[in-house]
Design a protein around this ligand. Structure first.
Ligand code: ARG
Length: 579
């Protein structure tokens, strides 16, 4: 739509400049959606006051001079003085053909290429990944894909929690269990069991507590055997995380692991540099920074603790080191933190301190891509039937099983191997789409029935629309590539509705990206599938009146399927060809 709008705006500006040369400042020539036409321009409304005429009269004068031949088939003055536009069918067809020729389907490249560091997933070693990590992983992955699609340089960072005092007790528990048994427990993903046992011992046995404390000191002191045991914990947990990523089909790999421990060497530097900037204050024996604008419940200034009384560093110190690393070593221009809403204050304190210290300066920025919680049907935090936190792998396996059962019911002829493959795409797609399709800030209720339904704003509905188009092609005797040589037909009102929607793809992708809001793309794809359904009901494709019409409609089908698949792929969702 961008080109179409740009052309209209340019021609309107030319006419206005000719008619009202003294009133051309701040013209609003934007091409907006309209209830009664394809689009409308409200330029006359603002101009009227400046030229002392009624908006309708101004609109009439502009419309009389305006030459939109070749772009619009009709321009009319409506309401208080809108210019209502009806685009020319032939022109719409030509624009669709241009989009069809473009491998990016009309989505324009970034004019300024950014280096975007995306911090996402970030589960904690020897602790179960919970649904919050699922959200971070799925949303982060969609942002990675969208940024890459427009040509940004993307650096994925999985900031796993792999350092800190809990590792004293975790290592001692590992020693108690014996390395082999401990490794087995961790690699099958019984992380919660492991953590809870360690915690229970820590709370019950002073002797264990003492050992754990000494272990932390040894770990921080770089004791070789302690480090070896620590690495074992990290490796086994990471192996487990990797199985989850693999099932999810996200882009994270081992090379993206950059846990908290990586920043250890930088922590003293953080302290030194904060001190040198006169930001560091000693408070109750701890070294802290008081960023302006943060207060606690009693309204006293809230400290960001950099170094505790016992000399240990904090989560915040690591995050500050991260900023330095990302800006100074990676040359990030944009840093995205895909982290749950509860960490808003933490991240905004980090941002403020990093700015005050001069580490974060325009044009480099950081953004907290926050998200709400996943709820159960009781609208409380999602729990398994036994009241434990839900294990992600089990959840994903269940999604695939449920999808498998529903395909078996809907399409019993599909060969079993094919069905399993499709079930994975649908099951995983459903989970991801349920997570992505609502405004990320909001909580959402995890609901198997809804997310796997073939109706409504769900992944299966969109995947089905795509598969249906593929099936038309299987029956047509025409390949998708052959279909692309025809100009998409834009004549019937449902073809027009579909065409106008496809032209929006570019602006929707950009809008979703710039707001870090994948749900905007979901909403678009849902409407696209809906408009396609209307078209399919009203316009016969394979039984069209003539070969020309058939070819034009096949071209429209092909383009729709490509936009659907491309949009889904930006969300990390596959589009099976049959289901
Ligand atoms: N590991 C943390 C958690 O599970 C999330 C880390 C987010 N990233 C960061 N740079 N603080 O809550």
């Amino acid at each position: 739509m961008a080109d179409l709008a740009a052309e209209v705006m340019e021609r309107i500006t030319t006419v206005v400049t000719r008619l009202y040369p003294s009133a051309t400042d701040g013209l609003d020539t934007a091409v907006r959606p309209s209830e009664r036409a394809d689009a409308q321009v409200n330029v006359a409304l603002g101009l009227a006051r400046k030229v002392g005429k009624s908006p309708r009269q101004v609109a009439e004068e502009i419309s009389a001079e305006l030459d939109l031949r070749g772009i619009c088939s009709k321009v009319s003055v409506a309401g208080p003085g809108f210019l209502n536009l009806t685009f020319d069918n032939g022109h719409l067809g030509t624009m669709l053909r241009d989009i069809a020729k473009d491998p990016h389907l009309g989505v324009h490249r970034a004019t300024t290429v950014e280096t975007v560091v995306i911090d996402y997933s970030a589960p904690n070693v020897a602790k179960e990944m919970h649904v919050g990590h699922l959200r971070s992983t799925v949303i982060g992955d969609a942002l990675v894909r969208m940024c890459e699609a427009v040509g940004h340089r993307v650096i994925r960072e999985n900031h796993i929690g792999d350092w800190g005092t809990p590792f004293g007790m975790l290592i001692e528990h590992l020693v108690d269990l014996g390395e082999v048994d401990a490794a087995r427990e961790l690699s099958v993903g019984d992380l919660d069991g492991f953590y809870k046992q360690a915690r229970a011992k820590f709370e019950a046995a002073p002797e264990f507590q003492e050992r754990a404390r000494q272990r932390v000191v040894m770990l921080q002191g770089g004791d070789a055997d302690t480090l070896r045991l620590w690495k074992l914990l990290v490796a086994e947990s990471s192996r487990y995380f990797a199985t989850v990523y693999e099932k999810l089909g996200v882009k994270l790999t081992d090379t993206d692991l950059r846990g908290e421990s990586v920043y250890n060497d930088l922590l003293p530097t953080v302290v030194d540099r904060l001190r040198a900037s006169n930001l560091l204050v000693t408070d109750d024996g701890a070294e802290v920074v008081f960023p302006a604008g943060f207060t606690n419940r009693e309204n006293s200034p809230l400290p960001l603790i950099i170094r505790k009384q016992d000399g240990g560093y904090n989560y915040a110190t690591t995050d500050l080191a991260c900023v330095i690393d990302r800006v100074e070593r990676l040359h990030a221009t944009l840093m995205l933190y895909v982290v749950g809403t509860p960490q808003s204050q933490h991240l905004s304190m980090i941002e403020t301190v990093a700015k005050d210290a001069g580490w974060l300066r325009e044009p480099v920025r950081m953004a907290h891509v926050a998200f709400g919680s996943v709820l159960g049907s009781d609208r409380k935090m999602l729990k398994s039937r036994t009241g434990e936190s839900v294990k992600l792998v089990e959840l994903l396996d269940e999604a695939v099983q449920r999808a498998d059962a529903s395909i078996l019911e809907k399409n019993p002829e599909l060969p079993a191997a094919e069905r399993r493959n499709v079930a994975r795409m649908i099951g995983i797609g459903a989970v991801k789409y349920a997570d992505l399709s609502g405004d990320r800030i909001k909580d959402y209720v995890f609901d198997w029935e809804r997310m796997l339904s073939f109706d409504g704003n769900t992944a299966p509905y969109l995947q089905y629309a795509h598969a249906r188009i593929c099936s038309i092609f299987r029956r047509s005797g025409t390949t998708r590539e052959e279909a692309r040589s025809a100009t998409p037909l834009v004549s019937h009102q449902s073809e027009r509705a579909l065409a106008l929607w496809i032209l929006q793809y570019d602006s929707v992708v950009w809008d979703a990206l710039e707001r870090y809001s994948p749900h905007r793309l979901c909403t678009y794809l849902y409407e696209l599938a809906t408009r396609y359904s209307a078209f399919y009901e009203q316009c016969p494709v394979l039984k069209a009146e003539s070969d020309t019409i058939r070819d034009g409609r096949l071209a429209l089908c092909d383009l729709t399927a490509r936009v659907l698949a491309d949009g889904l792929q930006l969300l990390g969702i596959d589009s099976p060809e049959q289901m």
